[in-house]
Design a binder for this molecule. Structure first.
Ligand code: PLP
Length: 418
């Protein structure tokens, strides 16, 4: 009964997304299972941006004329929408970026590069996306700070056994993903934050794979920095969010200089505006910020608890089916994925992940294949590539069944499995 109700809702939800209607009209099957990479956009998000460009277009923060002031109000209102969405205390804590990658790089340059020194330690996990690894490698080269890793178990869950000896008084920053984009592992963020606070380290959370799927409240979570991308949560590309707790603002320097962030400039020197403008040099992505606000308004109508149940049920159905297919090895902590996952990764023994994905594409099924921008993690797991299936609010049980049927066909062609 409950599933029925959810399913009815999903059909209504799907009708909000023109890409699905378009596919039906073109008689094209679109079984989109790559939501961890990017999500589709509801009509309201597209309309929000079209409305801005067709009726309110102007730059922000500097125009004196009426439409410029209106554009500024819309842009700042979008910031407040994000603020309330993640439970931040102040709008000044919300910086618009191009995405999670830019947010992490911003902190690497605007905070870490001058706050960290030789002998300091940065702690990451072995689950990190390149976006939360490579910027710290560079900081390490620049400052002499040393990077340490919280390891994973063989099933892709995080091993907290040595947490107290990994995060020590030398640790100045703990930067961790909330949910792994490659394995779907949910990190015990409270445990890590508690330990990091105990030693006085700053905390950065990469919420790219959690903010779209669960309610994030930065006031209760209490990180210093948190990032996510708009395009993974129904918003447009080119917009993301960097949250910086107000008490850390005084430790920041601009990482890009130019218009929009200057208080006063002479030929020799300049002084800066306060946050959030300090980290928003140049003309921002105005329409995209408005599109993100529309996406958040759409998501505000979704019960996140129901969404989590729906996604976990799809993961469970997929896992049940995959476990029956012998040459398939599921990566990631299966029990956790069944209760709180939104993605499942696997390898098909004897077939490269790219070949699996290409065959699935031939049937209209979109999945991701590769190392998922987490190449060191793939090396640790001893694999070259995997297939990743990732769900969102518009995916259905029928799509999971269709994927499983198609995988069964693929496997029936494998010589050893006949
Ligand atoms: C966990 C995680 N972190 C960071 C990123 C980078 O996001 P973006 O490419 O939108 O900046 C991604 C994108 O896949 C991700 O999944």
């Amino acid at each position: 009964m409950k599933t029925q109700t959810l399913f009815k809702k999903i059909l209504t939800i799907r009708s909000d997304f023109p890409i699905f209607t378009h596919a039906v009209h073109k008689n094209r099957l679109l079984c989109y299972l790559d939501n961890a990479a990017t999500t589709h956009k509801p009509q309201s998000v597209i309309d929000g941006m079209v409305h801005f460009y067709s009726q309110d277009n102007a730059t922000v923060g500097r125009a004196i004329y009426t439409s410029g002031e209106r554009a500024t109000s819309l842009y700042e209102a979008a910031r407040e929408t994000v603020q309330h969405f993640i439970g931040a205390q102040n709008a000044s804590e919300i910086v618009f970026t191009r995405g999670a990658t830019e947010g992490i790089n911003a902190i690497a340059h605007a905070w870490a590069a001058h706050c960290l020194h030789a002998g300091d330690e940065i702690v990451l996990t072995e689950l990190e996306h390149h976006a939360n690894l490579l910027p710290w490698q560079r900081v390490s080269q620049q400052t002499g700070a040393v990077i340490k890793f919280i390891p994973i178990h063989a099933d892709g869950s995080l091993d907290y056994t040595d947490l107290d000896t990994i995060i020590t008084h030398k640790t100045k920053l703990v930067a961790t993903t909330h949910v792994s984009n490659a394995l779907g592992t949910t990190v015990d963020i409270d445990r890590i934050i508690t330990r990091a606070r105990h030693v006085g380290a700053r905390i950065l959370i990469d919420a790219s794979q959690s903010a779209p799927h669960q309610r994030i409240n930065v006031t209760t979570l209490d990180p210093d920095f948190l990032v996510f991308s708009g395009h993974k949560m129904l918003g447009p590309t080119g917009i993301g969010v960097l949250y910086v707790k107000k008490s850390v603002h005084h430790e920041l320097v601009p990482y890009q200089c130019g218009g929009g962030m200057v208080f006063n400039a002479t030929w020799q020197t300049a002084s800066w505006l306060k946050m959030p403008h300090l980290l928003e040099a140049g003309t921002p992505a105005i329409a995209q910020a408005i599109g993100l606000a529309s996406a958040i308004s759409y998501l505000e109508q979704i019960d996140f608890k129901e969404l989590a149940i729906h996604e976990a049920a799809l993961c469970s159905r997929l896992i049940d089916g995959l476990l029956k297919l012998l040459p398939i090895r599921i990566l990631g902590p299966i029990a956790q994925l069944r209760t709180q996952g939104h993605l499942v990764s696997f390898v098909v023994n004897g077939l490269h992940a790219h070949d699996v994905a290409a065959y699935l594409d031939h049937k209209g099924i979109c999945v991701r294949a590769g190392h998922h921008c987490a190449q060191p993690l793939a090396q640790t797991l001893g694999i070259e590539a995997s297939v990743r299936v990732s769900f969102y609010l518009y995916n259905t049980q029928q799509e999971v069944d269709f994927l499983l049927e198609t995988l069964t066909q693929i496997i029936s062609h494998l010589p050893d499995m006949k």
